[in-house]
Design a protein around this ligand. Structure first.
Ligand code: PGA
Length: 253
């Protein structure tokens, strides 16, 4: 059965010393608790801190993910980081198609698809973000928008590849705004995504894919969200920057 996952997306925050402190705090918290076997904690720091995070994680307490990857294999692409590099640094996960990258860096579904291909070719698990903006929700178009993103970013994959993917539903109007989707609003989209997967790949595959919720998720609302049948955890921004808050969410299943 699919895993329960809480992934922290640090975004472009923290200096080296602050990152070190947060990882240290997180480790001492994680050492104190016994998480259920089906619960996976993932930390996604900025590139310069991936190695430090991996050293802390030590393959036992949490897994480490990057926040972005190049769509190209290698070569003259100044400033880019390839999936092969992440693989060689033993990084296991990578966020792709976050709404901030779609909005500020022009990432399209085609680019998301190319990045997903790179990651899978190098044995990393993509955490693929989808979600509508406020205007789209107000126009009642959220189901169509998410469908287009899921199809465009993922539906070229084989069933076997699809089982390596994690999807994060992040309504853009809820990210960093303090406004959370209600558990019912989130469940509706999560069930929609799972039904799209079932129609394309069959129910067995759909049931294996973890679908995370993201957008102002915090300890006070995580329990209610995670209690929904198709919400398998969270992709956490702001609240992942404090060990106590992040752990509160990790322990919300
Ligand atoms: P937030 O961000 O938790 O700060 O709303 C979530 C995300 O963007 O992944």
């Amino acid at each position: 059965m699919r895993k329960h996952i809480v992934a922290g997306n640090w975004k472009m925050n923290l200096t080296f010393t602050e990152a070190d402190e947060l990882l240290d705090d997180l480790m001492s918290e994680l050492e104190k608790v016994e998480l259920p076997r089906d619960t996976q904690v993932i930390v996604c720091p900025p590139f310069p801190y991936l190695e430090m995070a991996s050293d802390y994680a030590n393959d036992s307490y949490f897994m480490v993910g990057a926040q972005n990857v190049s769509d190209q294999e290698k070569g003259a692409y100044t400033g880019e980081v390839s999936a092969a590099m992440l693989e060689s640094c033993e990084i296991d996960y990578c966020i792709v198609g976050h709404s901030e990258r779609r909005a500020y860096y022009g990432e399209t579904d085609a680019l998301v698809a190319a990045k997903v291909n790179q990651l899978l070719a190098h044995g990393l698990k993509p955490i693929v973000c989808v979600g509508e903006v406020l205007e789209e929700r107000e126009a009642g178009r959220q189901l169509d928008v998410v469908k287009k993103q899921v199809e465009g970013g993922l539906f070229h994959l084989s069933a076997e590849q699809m089982q390596q993917v994690i999807i994060a539903y992040e309504p853009v109007w809820a990210i960093g705004t303090g406004k959370t989707a209600t558990p019912d609003q989130a469940q509706e989209i999560h069930a929609h995504i799972r039904s799209l997967l079932a129609a394309k790949y069959g129910q067995a595959v759909a049931d294996e894919v973890s679908i995370l919720y993201g957008g102002s998720c915090k300890p006070s609302n995580a329990k209610e969200l995670f209690a929904k049948p198709d919400i398998d955890g969270g992709l956490i921004g702001g609240a992942s920057l404090k060990a106590e808050d992040f752990m509160g969410i990790v322990q919300s299943f």
